[in-house]
Write a protein that binds this ligand. Structure first.
Ligand code: 13P
Ligand code: SF4
Length: 312
């Protein structure tokens, strides 16, 4: 997106507010470019959780989606955590309401539950382990082989992990609205038109698409890969926001966003894109909307989250 005068003014106001409130801005790679450029730290879900757990700032401004801001609050409960738009949700989180997840667990006694971090604080509190796409393999392999595993809420990541780890897992039927809409047909056409391009994909994509990928990984590992790999062209099958950092890291390389099924902007996460520079400015000025969780919920949800942090 082009920088307009009003965005430049907002950027300068945001810098002033950062100092005035002793705030830190944490942003996910799927945020719009201007937000990424003004953030103090940009990362994937695991890196953002680590940063949130250790910051010295008084206020965490979380430019990402709700479950990420909740995670920051759980890991650093004495800090104020605010998010530009409280409605910035996630289709995976929505697919897994705590009451249904609790029934899923009850109907599979003696199973260990590993839950992807893309879920609510309530679901975290009911889980044995939390994982992100960067550490899921490690976390699953740390579970004794004689234990059966429940994996929620992303069935695509779950299927990928079953292949990678060889562990049997019962999967929750959730998926990401962005990663499941990439068109396999259009990607194959792109591969044909760009024979030297490597296809890189996030493990939230469907199994059939992943089978064509040259590299599969979390947002951070995709970014690392394009810097280290000697190819000069990449077809990027994840939310297109990450391409901003790829272009900054290796400006001479070419990045082709993976096309969705329809002629829509569905390779952009509608939840992530609810956050704008204006809402970022307003939330810093008012220190609202704030993430508020009960002490009891924080205590319960922090147990599997802290296990994850220790294993990462
Ligand atoms: P990462 O852990 O790779 O940042 O993924 C988060 C996410 O929501 C992907 O859709
Ligand atoms: Fe959730 Fe998908 Fe958006 Fe990531 S891209 S926040 S998984 S809806």
């Amino acid at each position: 997106m082009a920088y307009t005068n009003s965005n430049i003014e907002l950027a300068s106001e945001i810098q002033n507010l950062k100092k005035e409130k002793n705030a830190v801005i944490l942003a996910h790679y799927y945020q719009e470019s201007e937000i990424q450029d003004i953030a103090d730290f940009i990362g994937d879900s695991l890196e953002l959780a680590k940063k949130a757990a250790t910051t010295n700032a008084d206020v965490i401004i979380f430019a990402g989606v709700h479950f990420m801001a909740e995670t920051a609050k759980i890991l650093n409960p004495n800090k104020k955590v605010v998010i530009p738009d409280l409605n910035a949700g996630c289709s995976l989180d929505e697919s897994c309401p705590p009451n249904l997840f609790s029934e899923f667990k009850k109907s599979h006694p003696n199973h260990i539950s590993v839950t992807y971090i893309n879920c609510s604080a309530e679901v975290k509190a009911l889980s044995d382990y939390i994982c992100t796409s960067s550490n899921a393999e490690k976390i699953i392999l740390s579970i004794p082989k004689d234990k059966e595993i429940l994996f929620a809420p992303d069935k695509n990541l779950g299927k990928y992990l079953i292949k990678k780890t060889g562990r049997k897992m019962t999967l929750w039927e959730g998926s990401c609205i962005v990663h499941e809409t990439f068109s396999e047909k259009k990607i194959l056409e792109l591969k044909f038109q760009n024979p030297n391009a490597k296809l890189i994909a996030h493990p939230e994509c469907e199994e059939s698409l992943l089978s064509y990928a040259d590299f599969i990984g979390s947002t951070s590992s995709l970014l690392k890969y394009v810097g280290e790999n000697n190819s000069n062209e990449f077809i990027v099958a994840t939310e297109s926001g990450i391409i901003h950092q790829m272009e900054k890291k290796v400006p001479h390389k070419k990045f082709i966003p993976a096309p969705p099924n329809e002629n829509c902007a569905c390779n952009q996460c509608p939840h992530m894109k609810l956050n704008t520079m204006e809402k970022l400015y307003l939330c810093m000025k008012k220190l609202s909307p704030e993430i508020v969780l009960s002490e009891e919920l924080i205590e319960k949800a922090s147990i599997p989250l802290k296990k994850m942090m220790q294993l990462s």
